[in-house]
Write a protein that binds this ligand. Structure first.
Ligand code: TEU
Ligand code: CA
Length: 555
């Protein structure tokens, strides 16, 4: 598609800098560590990096609490290191998008330090301050990180709003000065040469008029109220007009609290808001908050079909199976037992990279990194865990054993353990003490051994990305699920003009004899994940799918 914008054909790799690569032995990944791995990423075939927050921060939430939007977090390096990273990327034809975290700042941001001083401080209105109600919080809003979303501040006796931690006060977007500040920050980084933004909880920036109490049934999932403020689309259109439309950018909004019906309001190109959003429905298929639930393949397929429909003719989607807030993809949707880990990780890669969407790979998923074998509370670092522990376990609502059993599978820390580069101590991530423990399976699961092995997960990702680049139908082609109710096999076609491809994925440990629906016949195999055992004859109408086999055929 010669007329397609670059961001539709891009392949994005998310770097969580803290856990990527440490070059100075302090146990924390850094920008120089990313620069040192650009050739690795280039060889994998990704062309864009999304960098999780790299800004100055006291790290109450690993950088999602920003103290200075124009300064590099000292643990990660300095502005020279950032410029070097960008130059190294440009040299390799790669682009960088950064994390725009502007629903809230850190409470240590200069604006908030001023704001909390007095009711008439010029920065007072940069945040949301209210009097308490009957000696308690102004309303019943809960925080995602436990307790109330309001915190009383001693200086003035008023409460400020924080949807996340108390150290993450929500900015007041009603104030035009706040919006102008954000636009300036965006221009600052775009002028440096970044190519766009992943926007953190962006639907939350518009607050409900009058901040009324949540009805009881909304308390467990306040995101659907927080994401539906009356001015959200006005703010995004203004941001687009003032900033984005003047640069060649990629934008992707983290759409926490957005339903399928609402998605096109953000992504329909005719509305001039964002290019794409991250739908939560797939990664939340099997959970309710920290609770893990069962999921079925037909549910997963229905979710893909719904996501694809919301793209429509004027929108575009993202494809992702994990990020720094979710468990590891292979542990989540695949089979991370030693026997099936590699095959299932490759099968998931095949699924993720053959959607009509821009793929976002999360660091380490190209190696099939797995969830961490957490034991007790002391193994976790995440601020979210501490808040939930207070709300659910200390309050006596849930036993420690029950909470920990679910958390082991749902915790964000599963994805935050350091990258496993080699079988050297600490997986080669650091020569010091890593800020979060390295998964003990690093001698078996690491980049060095997979780069050397053409049959590895890494090389399957690499081949998939190559095939995708050469096959426009796999990027732009229409998606159709051929067999939505099949509980074992995901079978879909991707069609562009007269080119038609079939993807078959066996989601089980069993061999499945599969007759192609609708009289379809295979013309050739484009790429399989190494599980297939028969070589297909042209004209074949049935396939014996091996456990976790995933194959792309030309029809
Ligand atoms: O995430 C918000 C979000 O949707 C969830 O990950 C949320 O933290 C939790 O699952 C609700 O129970 C974004 C960032 O990706 C996350 O890392 C930050 O902690 C959060 O916003 C606050 O900035
Ligand atoms: Ca370091």
């Amino acid at each position: 598609r010669p007329d397609a914008p670059w961001w539709k054909e891009a392949v994005v790799y998310q770097v969580y800098p803290r856990s990527f690569n440490d070059t100075n032995g302090d146990g924390i990944g850094d920008l120089n560590g990313i620069t040192a791995k650009l050739d690795y990423l280039k060889a994998l075939g990704v062309d864009t990096i999304w960098l999780s927050p790299h800004f100055d921060s006291p790290n109450a939430d690993n950088g999602y609490d920003i103290r200075d939007y124009r300064k590099v977090m000292s643990e990660f390096g300095d502005m020279d290191d950032f410029e070097r990273l960008l130059a190294g990327m440009n040299k390799r034809g790669m682009r960088l998008i950064i994390d725009l975290v502007v629903n809230h700042s850190s409470d240590e941001h200069r604006w908030f330090v001023e704001s909390r001083r007095s009711k008439d401080n010029p920065y007072r209105d940069y945040y949301t301050w209210r009097d308490g109600k009957d000696g308690a919080a102004p309303n019943n809003y809960p925080s995602f990180f436990g307790g109330s979303a309001w915190k009383k501040d001693e200086a003035t006796g008023q409460y400020y709003l924080h949807y996340f931690a108390g150290k993450q006060p929500d900015l007041n977007w009603e104030n035009p000065e706040v919006r102008a500040e954000v636009h300036d920050i965006m221009r600052f980084w775009l002028d440096k040469g970044v190519s766009g933004f992943r926007m953190d909880v962006i639907p939350f920036i518009s607050k409900q008029d009058g901040l009324p109490d949540l009805p009881a049934q909304a308390l467990a999932h306040p995101e659907f109220v927080y994401a539906n403020g009356p001015r959200i689309h006005e703010y995004l259109q203004e941001m687009n007009r003032e900033v984005l439309s003047r640069y060649d950018t990629m934008t992707v909004g983290e759409a926490f609290g957005i339903t399928f019906e609402q998605a096109p309001l953000f992504t329909d190109a005719r509305r001039h808001e964002l290019n794409m959003i991250f739908h939560f429905d797939l990664v939340r298929l099997d959970r309710d908050g920290w609770r893990k639930k069962d999921w079925t393949l037909p549910e997963l397929k229905a979710t893909y079909a719904r996501i694809d429909r919301t793209g429509g003719d004027h929108g575009w989607n993202t494809s992702f199976l994990g990020n720094h807030d979710n468990p590891r993809a292979v542990s989540h949707f695949g089979d991370d037992s030693p026997e099936w880990r590699a095959a299932s990780a490759k099968a998931l890669a095949t699924m993720m990279l053959t959607q009509r969407a821009t793929p976002f790979l999360y660091q380490g998923d190209e190696l099939g990194m797995t969830n961490y074998p957490f034991r007790g509370l002391e193994d976790y670092d995440d601020v979210e865990v501490k808040g939930q522990w207070r709300d659910f376990v200390e309050s006596g609502k849930v036993s420690a054993d029950e909470y920990l059993a679910h958390l082991r599978q749902t915790s964000r820390d599963n994805a935050r353990t350091p990258m496993q580069w080699s079988d050297a101590p600490n997986g080669g991530f650091t020569t010091g003490k890593p800020w979060l423990a390295v998964n003990p399976n690093y001698p078996q699961v690491n980049a060095a051994s997979q780069v050397d092995d053409p049959g590895s997960i890494y090389h399957h990702y690499r081949r998939l990305l190559e095939v995708r680049r050469q096959t426009p139908a796999l990027i732009h082609g229409q998606f159709r699920d051929l067999d939505p109710a099949n509980p074992k096999v995901f079978a879909y076609t991707r069609t562009l003009d007269d080119k038609r491809y079939l993807v078959l994925i066996n989601f089980t440990r069993e061999t499945v004899a599969y007759d192609l629906p609708e009289g379809l016949k295979i013309a050739a195999t484009l790429l399989d994940n190494g599980a297939a055992q028969e070589s297909m004859q042209p004209g074949a109408a049935s396939v014996t799918l091996q456990p976790w086999q995933a194959t792309i055929y030309r029809l």
